[in-house]
Design a protein around this ligand. Structure first.
Ligand SMILES: Nc1ncnc2c1ncn2[C@@H]1O[C@H](COP(=O)(O)OP(=O)(O)OP(=O)(O)O)[C@@H](O)[C@H]1O
Ligand SMILES: [Mg+2]
Length: 146
């Protein structure tokens, strides 16, 4: 387990970029934390690190966005961003095709409200990243558990 403190949005982006540098492909990151905790901000940092130019927004209604990673030097080719906030059953994300991406060696899967998709993972490896508010308005405590 590793715990980080972020003082502002920029630091959360910076942490995401640092984490991105360690990812090899095939990872599933489950982001947890209440509304406004910083999950999408973290996803923006990851996307920046992979050179994704499209605007990153929470796929609250379509549930899943797929981005192609164009950098030929990277093993990760696809960045899949899900938001399970509105999902009542993990099956809804299964239905939009998430299962096909999970654990694919050329794909990074990141799921906001990720605890909700655990039924789809069945034995697959995942990392949870938890976002909590700190004492001050812009402080966040970010805990990573592989
Ligand atoms: N240290 C920080 N890290 C991340 N975001 C911060 C920080 N301090 C302030 N913020 C602000 O908090 C908000 C975080 O919003 P964000 O969309 O990332 O949250 P979220 O967890 O994805 O919420 P939701 O569940 O609604 O999707 C942004 O407005 C951001 O500017
Ligand atoms: Mg969000």
């Amino acid at each position: 387990m590793k715990r980080y403190f972020s003082k502002n949005e920029r630091e959360t982006i910076g942490l995401a970029k640092k984490i991105a540098g360690r990812l090899k492909g095939g990872e599933v990151l489950l982001l947890q934390g209440e509304l406004g905790a910083g999950k999408t901000t973290f996803v923006k940092g990851l996307a920046q690190a992979f050179g994704i130019k499209e605007r990153i927004t929470s796929p609250t209604f379509v549930l899943m966005h797929q981005h192609r990673i164009k950098d030929k030097g990277l093993r990760i080719k696809y960045f899949v961003h899900c938001d399970a906030y509105r999902v009542k059953s993990a099956r809804e994300l299964g239905d939009v095709g998430l299962i096909d991406w999970l654990g694919k060696p050329d794909t990074l899967v990141v799921v906001e409200w990720g605890e909700k998709i655990k039924p789809l993972l069945r034995g697959k490896k995942y990392t949870t990243i938890k976002f909590q508010h700190g004492k001050k308005e812009n402080e966040r405590i970010i805990t990573i558990r592989a």
